[in-house]
Structures are given as C-alpha cells and as structure tokens.
Ligand binder design. Structure first.
Ligand code: ZN
Ligand code: ZN
Length: 353
C-alpha cells in the first residue's frame, strides 16, 4: 500500500497536469484545427487488399490517422486529419468509393488518434463478405426518429442501444433498454434473446454511434421475422449534429482520445450533460478508465481522488490482486484490447508508474 504522503503527492501532480490540459484546451479552442470524421460506405470491392495498399501512401500524405477497414462489402472509417486537408481526403474517397458519402464531422484542437490503422478486415465484427446492405431495417432521419419517439403513446416502440454497456451508461436515448453487450460477437445471442421475448410486429427502433452496427443488427432481426425494424440513420453522431436533440440524455462515448464528448461533439457545448458517477464514491464525474489491471479490462468512471486511491483500477480486488495484477502502462494503453485511451487516463498511468 502506498503511503498517504505519496498519495497526496500524486494527487497534486495529477491536479497540476489536469489543470494544464484544461488550460491547453481553453487556449486553443478557437482554432479547432483538426476534423474528426466518421463514415461508412457499402460498395462492392473486388480487390480490398490491393486497395488498402493503394490508399496507404495517399492517406499518409494528407496526415490521416485513425481506423479504416476495407473489405469486399465497402469501407468503415473513424479518422482525424488537419481540417485544411479535408477536401483532399474527400476527393480520394470519391475516386475509390463514391462521391456520395455521408461524412459526419466533429472538430478538435488536437489529433485524436496516434496512428493510422488501415487494413483489409471486416467493417464491424460479424459483418462478413456475404452481408447484403439491401436487407436492412428502415433508415429514420433524426427528425423522423424524434417524431416517432414523441408520438408514441400506447404501443411504445422497443428502443435498442446497439453499443457496449459502458457507452450506454455515459449517454443514451431516453427509454432505451440497458445494454449488456460486452463484445459485438454476442450479437447473435442478443438477436436470439429478442426473438424469444418480443412480439414480431412490435415496432423496433435501434441506434448506435455511427449507424453501421445497426445495419448489421437490423438485418439480423429482419432475418428472424421482425416486421417493423427501424434504425437511426447516421447514428448518434448525425443526430447530435442537428439542433433538436431533446430525446438524448448524457454524453457520447467515442473510441478515440477524446473518449467522452457532448452529443453535438462540441467541446464545452451547453449540451454537455454528465450522468455517470464515480464507481468508488458515487460522485458525479465524466472521466473514464480502462482498469489498470490488464487482466480485468473493465471500463469505468472514476473521480481523480479515487483513481489515485485505487491506482486506476476498477476495484480494491483489481488493485491488490497479487497473482493477476499486470499493471497497464501508458504504452499498453494502445494495445488492441484497451479502450480507455483518454489523455487524462494516460497521464494518470504515467503518474502512477
Ligand atoms: Zn470517487
Ligand atoms: Zn478491474
């Protein structure tokens, strides 16, 4: 166990650094010099491996970082690049995919990814080469989505959140079912569960972060005989970019270094709404961590005081487990399984090691 003195020291150093981050955010907020862009496009690609290698140098040239997955079905992408190079990026994807891509854009004052991961792999887990984008649920625009939710009196639709449980905890549509999914490999089990418990003609409305997971999941429910399957077009990101977001509560979890943003993606937006609490003490807090015990990998919210006290672990057990404890360090933060990549979290790990 660490001495109280040492803990105090850590808290001070940490507070100082947190202060530095907020100062930096404050000072450069006007610039918003990076664009964080999310999109996917279904298009038959005959030689995905070759296309990956063709695109790689072009993307490096315009400083694109983030995740881009390409396979025979199309492309799925969450990227960040200097805002001035957005037109070059759009031209590139127009040449190789389509002029008609629905780009969803947030702005940031720093690069939110640390490298480019461009590969020939499934666009999302479970979406294989046989996926047919014609057989998915009905797309609702954000205003149709709001209207359907607002108008429902009796016969309430079933609102499904097609994300992980920790994403749901940070923010969600009112009336959505609590999500228990830990990985998207559990999609089939989840679809079975709905098949066995929900009437086939009940209206189903589903949403996810950028829309692509719903393409897959809505198809699975239609296959199982559900008749009225709807999905939020462009996901929560697109919904957040239009003015009327009254059916949303909380913030939005994003898989990049920002980690949690207001639903409209604007730093310090009046739409920012914290609904998560520190796992240890219950104080309202927005900072999230991947448990520092790599054997655990839980994602949780914690206040600075408790994060130091439990050495960035999700529980007393994780922080003191002699047999299983392999402490995550700031380099390991970027390992494949790691989710909590926030700058705040990395800083914490550096302070603790
Ligand atoms: Zn706490
Ligand atoms: Zn843990």
């Amino acid at each position: 166990m660490r001495s109280t003195m040492f803990n105090k020291m850590l808290s001070c150093r940490l507070e100082l650094n947190v202060y530095r981050i907020s100062l930096r955010t404050f000072c450069t907020d006007q610039k918003q010099s990076f664009s964080v862009i999310s999109f996917y496009k279904f298009k038959k690609i005959l030689e995905p491996k070759e296309l990956v290698e063709t695109l790689r140098p072009c993307l490096k040239e315009i400083d694109v970082k983030g995740r881009i997955y390409i396979n025979t079905v199309g492309i799925n992408s969450q990227i960040c690049l200097p805002s001035g190079k957005t037109d070059d990026m759009k031209k590139l994807f127009a040449d190789y995919f389509s002029k008609n891509i629905n780009y969803k854009v947030h702005y940031s004052n720093f690069q939110v990814f640390n490298r480019l991961r461009l590969s020939n792999k499934k666009l999302v887990d479970g979406m294989d080469d046989n996926f047919n984008p014609e057989k998915v649920g009905k797309h609702l625009t954000p205003s149709e989505w709001n209207k359907t939710l607002d108008d429902a009196e009796q016969d309430k639709p079933l609102v499904l959140d097609i994300r992980n449980y920790y994403e749901w905890q940070i923010g969600r549509f009112k009336d959505s079912q609590q999500q228990k999914l830990r990985t998207f490999n559990e999609f089939d089990d989840y679809a079975d569960e709905i098949e066995n418990s929900v009437e086939k003609d009940r209206k189903i409305m589903m949403y996810c972060t950028g829309g692509i997971r719903c393409e897959l999941f809505s198809a699975k429910l239609k296959e199982r005989g559900f008749k009225d399957v709807n999905q939020l077009d462009g996901g929560i990101i697109k919904y957040g970019l239009q003015p009327d977001t009254h059916n949303w509560e909380g913030n939005l979890f994003v898989f990049d270094d920002r980690l949690v943003v207001p639903v409209d993606g604007v730093t310090d937006s009046p739409k920012k709404e914290i609904i998560t609490c520190c796992r240890h003490c219950g104080r309202q807090v927005e900072t999230h961590y991947n448990c520092a015990n790599t054997k655990c990998n839980n994602v949780f919210a914690a206040c600075d005081v408790c994060a130091v006290k439990f050495i960035a672990c999700c529980s007393e057990k994780c922080s003191t487990d002699q047999n299983n404890y392999i402490r995550r360090n700031s380099k390991q933060v970027n390992l494949k399984r790691s989710i909590g990549k926030g700058e705040h979290f990395r800083l914490m790990l550096d302070q603790l090691s």
